[in-house]
Write a protein that binds this ligand. Sequence first.
Ligand code: IMP
Length: 188
Amino acid sequence: MSLKFHLPDEVNCNNEKFRVFITKEQIDERLAQLGTQLDKKFEGKRPIFIGVLNGAFIFLADIMRHVSIDCEVDFMKLSSYGDEKVSSGQVTELKHVDANLEGRHVILVEDIVDTGLSINFLVKRVKEMNPASVSVLTLLHKKDATRHDVQLDYVGFEIPDAFVLGYGLDYAQEGRNLAQIYVIESHE
Ligand code: IMP
C-alpha cells in the first residue's frame, strides 16, 4: 500500500497561518537530482549519512532512497529552538553519534541552515572524530539569515528569511508530518 500524504493548501499551526511554499513534486524532483550527485561523488566510498534530529528525519529517509551506492546512517541531536520561531543562539549536543567516524566519509544531513550556528557546531564536532571527509547536505538554506561562515556542499533550496513548516520541520513540535513545505503568511 502506498503512503497517503497530507497535502493541504493552507495550514493553521499554533494560531499562525501557513501557505504552500515548496510542493511535494518540487521536493521529489530536487531530491532525485541530489541523489544522482551523491551517487557520483561517493561511489566506492561507503559514506555515512548523519541525520540531525529531529527536523532532518524525513529528508534523510527520502534522500537515502534516492541514493543507490552502499551507505550507512546514524544520528546526532542538538538542543532546539524550544517552542519559539527564533534561535536561542546557543547550541548543545543532546545525542552523540554512535558510529566510529575515524577515516569515514561523513555526510551531515540538516533540514535547514538558518543562522549557521548549528551546522558549524556539528562540522566542528564531526571533524574532531578524524573522518576522511565531511560534507554538508541541507534541504533548505536561509542565505540572508546566515551569520556565520558555513560549509554547505549540497543545498536543496535557497529560501528567504521566513519561518517555514512541514516535511520534518516543526513549529512548537507541530507540522512535521506535512508532506510539503509551508511558509508563514505574516512574513509576506
Ligand atoms: P541555525 O543554527 O540558526 O542555523 O538553525 C538551525 C535549526 O533551527 C534547524 O535545524 C531547525 O531545527 C531550526 N529552524 C531554523 N529555521 C527554521 C524554520 O523556518 N522552521 C523550523 N525550524 C527552523
